[in-house]
Design a protein around this ligand. Structure first.
Ligand SMILES: Nc1ncnc2c1ncn2[C@@H]1O[C@H](COP(=O)(O)OP(=O)(O)O)[C@@H](O)[C@H]1O
Ligand SMILES: [Mg+2]
Length: 161
């Protein structure tokens, strides 16, 4: 099942992410897929703010991972530029996601996710205008599958037909 949404500005994307944040639980993994400039980091900024993170969220491109404290611990990982699946495996992402954290992982179009079986995929694509982005949210596994309706309701304002 895929839920479809549309945002019309970078702040709109931050608001959409903020709308999702109340549904997050410890142990969640959110996979952000999309090209460079799609809005993955903007999404994390809005999400983190709504989780009570005061710090400014920046892209962890060179350090690969930033951690933030909010309502829950946040792990912000960017593996977009990693070329080899092995580098991602070496990060040990699955082990990093402990019971107290929500992991948000910026991801390119890697063939095969080397991640936990349970995650929410947030795919962002460019829209027809410069400031438009199409969001496709796909729960994989039961953890997010059970919240699909709640996601649909929380983000109804951004629904795309
Ligand atoms: N609707 C939108 N949502 C998110 N970003 C947008 C949108 N419209 C324009 N932008 C711009 O696109 C860029 C997204 O950057 P960023 O979040 O760093 O992308 P990514 O992390 O996917 O590479 C920003 O410059 C932002 O201002
Ligand atoms: Mg980014």
């Amino acid at each position: 099942m895929t839920l479809s949404f549309l945002t019309r500005s970078v702040d709109d994307t931050r608001r959409l992410a903020a709308g999702l944040a109340p549904l997050a639980r410890a142990g969640d993994v959110i996979l952000l897929a999309g090209e460079l400039g799609a809005g993955k980091t903007a999404f994390v900024q809005g999400f983190a703010r709504a989780m009570g993170v005061d710090e400014h969220v920046t892209s962890p491109t060179f350090t690969l991972m930033h951690t933030y404290s909010g309502r829950l611990q946040l792990l912000h990982v960017d593996v977009y530029r990693l070329d080899h699946l092995q580098e991602i495996i070496d990060l040990g992402l699955a082990e990093l996601v402990d019971a107290d954290a929500v992991a948000l992982i910026e991801w390119g179009d890697m063939a095969e996710p080397v991640l936990p079986a349970d995650f929410l995929e947030v795919r962002i694509e460019y829209g027809k205008d410069d400031d438009e982005r199409a969001f496709s949210l796909r729960p994989v596994g039961s953890a997010w599958g059970a919240r699909a309706r709640a996601v649909h309701e929380a983000l109804a304002a951004w629904a795309r037909p």
